[in-house]
Every structure is written in C-alpha cells, then in structure tokens.
Design a protein around this ligand. Sequence first.
Ligand SMILES: [Zn+2]
Length: 114
Amino acid sequence: MQTRQPQSVVPGANLRIRILEGRACPVILCDACGREIRNGMPGHYMYDMDCFSTENDSRISFACNQECSDRVEGQHPEVKVWGWMNLKNLLAYLATSLNVNVGDVQRSIAEWGL
Ligand SMILES: [Zn+2]
C-alpha cells in the first residue's frame, strides 16, 4: 500500500479517481485533512441543512472522523446548520438513486480482483 500526501482541499470536489494497481478506483478524500478515507465507519458526509428550506442542492463535504467534521464546519461559517450522516449510509443512498444492487456490484468488483 502506497502512502500519499494530503492533497489540496477543495470542498465538494473530493470524489476522485485514483490509479491503484493499474485500475481506476474511485476514492473519497477528507475535506478537512485531505487524506483518503479508508474507513467509512467513523466518517461523515455533510451538507447545508438550508437545502430543506430552499430546495436547492447542497454541496457535499466529506470528513474522515468527528474531529475533521468539526474542522469542516469551522471552514464554512456561512453554513448555519449542518446535516451529516455516517459515510456507511452514503453507499446505500447512492445505490438507491442509481438503481443498482450493491451485492451485484461487490461481486463484480471481487471478480476484478479488487
Ligand atoms: Zn480527515
């Protein structure tokens, strides 16, 4: 496993493609520390709760743990109230909105050797 330096942090733009063993693999980088999030259990995705009243889309931010979630909040004083969910829930929501079966995708990825 190679170690990478944190990259410049651009909120909402941290879903990236990283080349791992010659394959293009989507990864999520933490908006606070810039590191790749490799454990979704303590991580969060975060959004401006104002989207409920305005019905405008909200930018999504990612944090690898509670400390980084607090840092993301501090970086955006314009956000009055943050909503957040555990990163583990993001996959389920995306699978639903994309109409894909997560089990099928996991089997495909396993067949690719990832
Ligand atoms: Zn972090």
